[in-house]
Design a protein. Structure first.
Length: 142
């Protein structure tokens, strides 16, 4: 038998096979909320031994990209329940990847134009796509 398809125990987690779906940024969560298409996407992959979700911000100023999901409001928790329930119905296992983007964030993503929360005040210099277009993180306040 193919060893990839044999069960494995990792810590206290018993997996039906050794296939682990790595996290991928999907940028499809309007207002930080995952929806029915996200539930379908992950449920279709429930045969993997373990699914690790896309990066999910733990707080508003942890967001670094538009349309990424959050897990810091009751509405977001409820929305993720739709996803986890869909995966569990198909016998799958799923874990959320908590991702705080640090300095890659931008004030246009936060209420009141707050500055990103990070261990460094130095801008990343990367481009950031916002609802209004592309901005350079080299410029403060834009």
């Amino acid at each position: 038998m193919n060893e990839l398809l044999t069960p494995v125990t990792i810590g206290e987690l018993d997996l039906p096979n050794r296939l682990i779906m790595a996290p991928m940024t999907r940028s499809r969560a309007r207002d930080g909320l995952v929806g029915e298409l996200t539930a379908e996407y992950y449920a279709q992959r429930a045969a993997a031994g373990l699914i690790i979700t896309e990066g999910t911000q733990p707080c508003v100023i942890g967001q670094g990209y538009i349309d990424t999901p959050g897990l810091h409001t009751p509405e977001q928790v409820t929305a993720w329940r739709l996803v986890t329930d869909a995966v569990h119905r198909r016998g799958g296992r799923i874990a959320v990847q908590i991702m705080h983007s640090g300095r890659i964030g931008h004030p246009c993503l936060y209420p009141g134009g707050e500055l990103p929360l990070a261990p460094s005040a130095i801008c990343s210099g990367e481009r950031l796509y916002t609802p209004k277009g592309c901005w350079s993180t080299r410029r403060r306040g834009r």
